[in-house]
Structures are given as C-alpha cells and as structure tokens.
Design a protein around this ligand. Sequence first.
Ligand code: SF4
Length: 348
Amino acid sequence: MSNPSFSAVPFGSEPPSAAALSAPPLAELPVDWANQVRELAAERNAVILAHNYQVPEIQDIAHHVGDSLALSRIAASSDASTIVFCGVHFMAETAKILAPEKTVLIPDPDAGCSLASSIEVADVLAWKADHPDGVVVAYVNTSAAVKAEVDVCCTSSNAADVVRSIPADREIFFLPDQFLGAHVRRVTGRDIDVWAGECHVHAEISPSHLREVVAANPDTDLLVHPECGCTTTALYLTTTGDLPAERTKVLSTGGMAEYAASTKSSRVLVATETGILHQLRKAAPNTEFVPVSERAVCPYMKMITPAKLLRSLRENWFQIEVEPSIAVRAKASVERMIAIGSPSRGGE
Ligand code: SF4
C-alpha cells in the first residue's frame, strides 16, 4: 500500500504547541529537587512512571520504570489518584484511557513521537472506506484518536498473534510501523497492507550498520528491544537471516533486565534507544553494554527533565484529557489485544 501523504515530521521543525506556550514558568532546579519530587508525590498521592528511554535522573526518581504498555497497566492498577507519566504523549494518553478516573500528568505535552504522528485518523478512515470488511491492526505507538478507529491494538511482542487471530478471509491493514508490519507479514504469511511509517530514531540503527557492528563483534550477544519502533528493523532482520539468530536476543524490558542480571558476558551489544543502558548497567555493573548506535537517542523522550517533573507536581501541569467517546473506543481496541494474548510476552 502506498501512502503519499506520509511525512514523518523531523524533530525540531514544529513550533511549540499552545499548551507549551501557556506552560507555567520553569524554575531553576533546586539542589534538593529529588527530595521535593518525592515529598510532593507523597502529598498528592501520585505515582511517577518513567519509560526506559528517559534520562537516568528521571529513571532513578520514578516509582516504576518500564515500557509503555506495562507502565499503563501499572497506572490502571495503582492506588494512586495521580499518575505522572514521564514518557511521550501517546503513552500518557494510553494511561488515561486505561485509568480515566485518575489525573494523568505529562511534564511536557510537546513530547511527541515521530512514529505515532506518521498516521492520522483520516488515513485509517480512508482505508476502511476502501475495505469495509477489512480489519485494522495498530501498534500501540498511535494516538488515542487513531486507536479509537482501529479494530485491535498490538505490541511488537504479540503483533503476529494478533494477526493470526484474524480470520483468513479478512483483509488486514497494519499501522503505523512499516518494519514491524513487514516482520508480521513474513512470519504469518498473510498478505497485509502496511502503512509506511517509521520512527526517526531507528533510522540511526541502519541495517547495514547493524550488520557491520555484529560482524565486528563475532562473540558478542546482541540485545534487541521489541517495544519501541526504533528496533523493528533488527526484529525484521532476524527473520530474514541477516542477523545471527543464536546471538540475537529479542527481549522486552524484563527480558533484558533478566538477561543482564544473569549474563556471564563481559560485553553485550544493545540495539535500541540508548536510555535503556542505564537500567542494564545498574543490573550488571561488571558487563560492558555497548550501544549499536550512540546516536539512537529519542529527543522527545529527553524533553522530560527533572525541572519539568518538579513543575508538573507543583503546578498540576500538564493534564492529559481524552474525549470520553474516543477513550471508550480506544480502550476497546487495547482490551481486544489483551484478550488475544499477553502484550508483555518476552518478560517485563
Ligand atoms: S524512540 Fe521513536 S517510536 Fe519511541 S517514542 Fe521516540 S520517536 Fe517514538
């Protein structure tokens, strides 16, 4: 399927949003900011969730660190009345969808995602109009409005199972990640229309670079995290034989942490956004974890800073809202995925 309207907006080319322009002033970071954050969180009955790709200071102050869906499920089951989601916008939206009665804050509402923004509601509606009996499958890296229009969501861990659950005579549209879509097409053998979206961070881990690094480190394991768009090229290459399957471990956060806790290796390659290295190095201080690309840094993830986290708790800013009719339908898409299979298989 071609999608000439696709245009992943490069980071930095968009002006600040109206929400960002009306943000309360950002105070200088006090020396005891970590204590202040913890005290404010306790006062407000707030839980702080941090994605694995956050800066180390944010990971260290958070109550929970993990991938987007695992964090959203923690948000839904937590007793806290306020969720501070240190991640990108679609992740905070997903938390709000799963926990609509709670206040969900994101310290910077402009923390977006190039993959999520590669597709819009109109694109989904156009495919559905052409394929009235088709089924639309969406990776979780999508806005709430897009999730509301699709039939079922998936993560990269369970995308193939989700597709296999669809009757063979139904057409399928997979969005928005073209590499994950190609991977699913290959392993399921289904003829799938795939949206040509991609994460701009993963472009820093090109297939040729990945092959070069792996070839130059013949005895070194390669860890590939499947949950974010930046590693789906590697996921694809393991199924084409371009990467050695015996050394390539496709693991989610928990799987990587388990690997790190038990590895005897002195050196391990990591093909994902570099924020994950902080968790791995904490788990295995005697192992050298080497990023396949030092430049695989998500600038959206790094927009969340300690000063913005402190402001978020002090000023109740920025509150995520999802229009109720959208939230109900988006939640149904996420719940259909959960009913099909574990979204966290691979060990969170
Ligand atoms: S790493 Fe890529 S897919 Fe993940 S949040 Fe950043 S832009 Fe989106």
